[in-house]
Design a protein around this ligand. Sequence first.
Ligand SMILES: [Fe+2]
Length: 390
Amino acid sequence: MYNFVCPLIVYGDNSLDYIAQIKGNKAFIVTDKNIVKLGLIKHVTDQLDAKKIKWEIFDEVEAEPSTDTIRKGGVAVGKYQPDWVIGVGGGSCMDAAKAVILLLARPELKPEELSINFDFNFREKARLMAIPTTSGTGSEASWAIVLTDTKDNYKIGLGTPEDMPDVAILDPVMVMGMPPQVTADTGMDVICQAIEAYISSWGTSLTAGPALIATRLALEYLPRAYKDGNDVDARREMMNAAMMGGLSGSNSMFGLGHGTGHALGAIFHIPHGRTVGLFLPYTLEYIINDSEEATTKIAEIARYCGLIAESDKECAKALIAKIRALAKEIKQPLSVKDCGIDKAKYEKEMPGLISRALNEIMTMTAPRVPGTEDLDKLFRYAYEGKSIDF
Ligand SMILES: [Fe+2]
């Protein structure tokens, strides 16, 4: 038996107008200071004001939110007792909103306990809305919560299908001002998530559809959104692609690019999308060197994206080459060295990189699961920018 968990998805121009249709009295908005400063939050609060819904803002979310921040947010939401929690921002803000609404229902729990091991039933108190301001994690259509345990520099994967948002609003007005660097970083996450969800050993025919379409949209529209932030068609399609990647991955799982990218990001503090996008071509090479079944799946994606070659392996390689070319076009690093990481420092952190990658569930759900030795080699090849030949 499988479940496919999905929010109500409101998308396209003026979709924030949907807020006029919600019922409620008090909204607790979870966001960051930059979203407030940019005035983006006003698009949401104006709608709430028009509907005479009171609101309070918790704007302390940082990139890769810490368990400390979530604890604070949990206390604030407990005091306010809203009937809506609205996450506005990138994946960090939306993940924080999910964690906060779980704490509203179970304030006695620690942030690191917000998992499938508990029942929450938070809808007896409040409902959850997610409004993305980036096109990346697709957190608006995912129940995953990624927090950082600041003590050990560990990223913790949390969440339960219960915290899939009730409503996700994809209004292009919220992403129009995104700077090119953020567009590139988050866009690489879309591609990585979509491809990894498609080839995940937990994937199904229901998760395959959105993953396939998300990949094609992102390969086509990411360069456009990067070059011209005001290209509204590109922004709209990247929003849709991000949501579909998150939706697909949340109902299957991501893979080795995430397992290795998470490890690098946690230790060297590099944005999520940049690291997983960097590792994606290497990990796909690693997979096609061993798994015929996965190679066929990667070839299916390639053909759907218009990359035709004689054999499955050649098709898969064409997709990998396309990802590298796109990354280059949008000025993303092609190797760990390109990230400006000192070799000696990297060497020193190798045991930590390997153990983190080994402990990631996303490493386990990849079609080819590496052990310590292969991870050691993979991290070294990725540092130098060498194609994987093992
Ligand atoms: Fe991701």
